[in-house]
Design a binder for this molecule. Structure first.
Ligand SMILES: Cc1cc2nc3c(=O)[nH]c(=O)nc-3n(C[C@H](O)[C@H](O)[C@H](O)COP(=O)(O)O)c2cc1C
Length: 181
């Protein structure tokens, strides 16, 4: 499928099927993420794939309760991918500090979207998850407390018929211009 069609097809999935995801497909998504560009080629990420049913249940019960319950739908997802933001290379941190830019977040975003688009191509649905109990995720997966988890990705098969309506986007004329602001 041409890339633009794939991008048009992708929507956040919040209604997953109870069907395991093949490891080979997850590996392809990870490979797409691995190849992402990053500032100074820092590759400031580690992906922990939680596909063990019991562990995933424990993780999602803890991560999406209380004030995070709005994301309870993630409990349905057969796979939760935890994206740990690792330390960038010195020049990316130094340059980022001078520029007032958190390059590592840009990097994580690109790698995450590589993962998401590869998943879409394989017929898998995803949802970026930024609202979750980070402390609970760390303690359940034995991730050191000083590490930062900025984002999770819920992953799984889904029923396209049950997707919500298309999300509106601003028109090109409002978000882009040539040669001037
Ligand atoms: C960084 C980031 C964090 C997000 N966090 C959540 C979240 O916690 N819960 C959720 O349901 N959707 C979350 N989303 C999904 C957005 O709500 C969704 O991408 C947006 O509404 C556009 O819809 P679409 O993905 O279907 O095109 C997040 C998306 C991004 C990029």
């Amino acid at each position: 499928m041409p890339l633009l069609d794939l991008i048009k097809n992708r929507k956040s999935v919040r209604n997953f099927l109870d069907r395991p995801v093949e490891r080979e497909k997850i590996m392809m998504c990870l490979e797409a993420a691995r190849l992402a560009p990053s500032a100074c080629n820092s590759q400031p990420w580690t992906f922990i794939v939680v596909d063990d049913k019991q562990l995933k249940e424990k993780l999602s019960n803890a991560a999406f309760s209380g004030i995070y319950s709005i994301n309870t739908f993630c409990k349905m997802a057969p796979v939760i991918v935890v994206v740990i933001s690792e330390r960038s290379k010195f020049f990316a941190i130094a340059g980022g500090t001078l520029r007032g830019t958190k390059y590592y977040l840009v990097d994580i975003g690109i790698a995450g979207e590589h993962f998401v688009l590869q998943a879409e191509e394989l017929g898998l649905g995803t949802c970026w998850i930024g609202w979750f109990n980070e402390g609970a995720v760390k303690s359940i997966l034995n991730i050191p407390q000083h590490k930062k988890i900025d984002i999770l990705i819920a992953l799984g098969y889904y029923d396209r018929e049950k997707l919500g309506p298309d999300h509106s986007r601003e028109p090109i004329g409002k978000i882009a211009s040539f040669n001037a602001y």
